[in-house]
Ligand binder design. Sequence first.
Ligand SMILES: CC(C)(COP(=O)(O)OP(=O)(O)OC[C@H]1O[C@@H](n2cnc3c(N)ncnc32)[C@H](O)[C@@H]1OP(=O)(O)O)[C@@H](O)C(=O)NCCC(=O)NCCS
Length: 201
Amino acid sequence: MPAQEARFPPVIPLGTDAELVQLEPQDAEEIFAVVCANRGHLGQWLPWVESTLAADDTRRFLEQVAANREEGKTAAYSLRLRGALAGLAGLHDIDPANGVAQIGYWLAKPHEGQGWMTRTVQALLGVAFDGLGLERIEIRCAAGNTRSQAIPRRLGFTYEGTLRSAQRLAGGRADVRIYSLLREEWGRLGSVAGREDRIRG
Ligand SMILES: CC(C)(COP(=O)(O)OP(=O)(O)OC[C@H]1O[C@@H](n2cnc3c(N)ncnc32)[C@H](O)[C@@H]1OP(=O)(O)O)[C@@H](O)C(=O)NCCC(=O)NCCS
């Protein structure tokens, strides 16, 4: 078994009929179709959407993800609900020497508002803190992206500050808000059952 398979779980169960499945280049057609069906929804906040014009663009992204995984820098997953692709999420910029990483995510529009991405990020935090032994996880959100900001806030992250004009979006340049969670804060969030109550509130 390659070393990375032991470090990054290939499949992470999220409960009945839901799981995170490690991204592979053969997912390109399926992911590209979901991106195309959600161009307006995703393109507002994710600058790569406008340059994703063919399944080959998605395949190149997935090949880069696989190469980064081999180097231990990225652990990216599709969120699957009854097997169907609902979104993508992952740890990126993993830096074991410094004990840090970032989390990024997107959901197809029909799956918003049901807590799937909060549960997904919670599972990725388990990989990061319990599996990889990292010390700090960061989530960066455009200042106007309140739905995205609600995820780290719901999970007990701390808002640390704003990087001015740090991102180019389809609508123009955007300030970027940084949220972080530390290992000891993750421990204080309590049992899995306790977290579930908390994130619903
Ligand atoms: C950012 C994004 C993933 C957020 O999606 P979301 O559906 O709001 O987030 P979740 O799946 O965690 O769902 C949270 C919602 O489900 C509700 N919910 C229901 N059950 C829940 C549960 N068990 N746990 C948490 N929330 C739950 C929450 O109350 C919340 O609803 P609200 O917005 O009405 O308050 C999505 O809007 C998206 O993909 N946007 C475009 C791409 C993007 O912006 N990516 C991030 C770039 S930084």
